[in-house]
Design a protein around this ligand. Sequence first.
Ligand code: FCB
Length: 388
Amino acid sequence: MKPALRFPEKFLWGAACASYQVEGGIENCDWAMAGRAGRVPPCGSACDHYNRYESDFDNAQKLGHNSHRISIEWARIEPEEGQFDRNEVVHYKNVIKALRARGLEPIVTLWHFTLPAWFANDRGFENPKSVERFGKYAEFVAKEILNEVKFVQTINEPLVWAGNGYIRGYWPPFRKNYISYLKVVRNLATAHQKAYETIKTVRGDLLVGIAKNNMFFSAKGVNPLNYLMAVVSSYWWNRYFLSKIRRESDFIGLNFYKTLVFGPKSSLPKSDMGWDIFPEGIYHVLKELGRYKKPIYVTENGVADADDSIRKNFIRDHLIQVHGAIQEGVDVRGYFYWSLLDNYEWAHGFEKRFGLIEVDFVTQERRIRASAIAYKNICETNALETES
Ligand code: FCB
């Protein structure tokens, strides 16, 4: 029997969710508008987590988690510009209290992909005013909602969002325009900086970062162009944005899913999303992030696996790589599996199953998957047995 791989003390273990994907009943954001227009699948009541968060957090606690990542729905808090909804403030304060009551350290994302209708209808993040608007929202939330919170992430995956909405054109606002894309990316970086500044003026002790989707880019074969593509992609996708906001990052949140190999087609195993599974990728990405000399939390890593046949090994194999990076000096302090519940997977609707907990979207019943129990063992022992 090999010795277990131990993780650092006080390591955060949990799962991540995002408001629109689980809460249900959000009608005043860009995705709801797109759903009504038939351009993306409707989200409806999703997991009804808005009403069921307490029992969902009971499950997270039972599953050995000591932390949980949520997001706040901007459209609920600020349904019109400058108008803040006090009932929703109370709601999210209660959500955070419910996490604390169960010993779950909250990590709160301010904006996870869905924009209030008023903001989206006024050119979203293409509008230079967006920076100021986001800064004000961030300040309000920090002041009014986050009093029991230590960790906040301003933006979730800026380049994924901008790429899908402004180049590939399959997420709101359904554009295919490189100039707009570049403008939006620049405004997102400035919006993060602005939010960092406004948050710090009201809550100097809050730790502020973003959730950044980084990928492992590599190349194989004889064509030198492939190697060049890997270097350029890695610079643009992994480094550009983080380098821009380096000074305004107290920590880095890494969302890791994908490995991209330029060159002859690979034969790696695939998830239900069709994404290649290559656990070593997270090791390389973490090593690369080491350059920033900031604490790192893996704020998303997960797999769509409807029959739960590969999730257990997926988690184990990725954690072996995370552990390897830690052994080599990378300061990783937490891991959040995506996701606690099956949920609304954006343009794919409800079909892709990422949850540690299965959700029946008709009855809203929850069923804990076997992989969740395997993960529980890791969370509770703060260690990973590598032979099972
Ligand atoms: C990430 C998103 C998250 C979820 C996973 C599968 O890019 O942040 O909302 O959709 O992918």
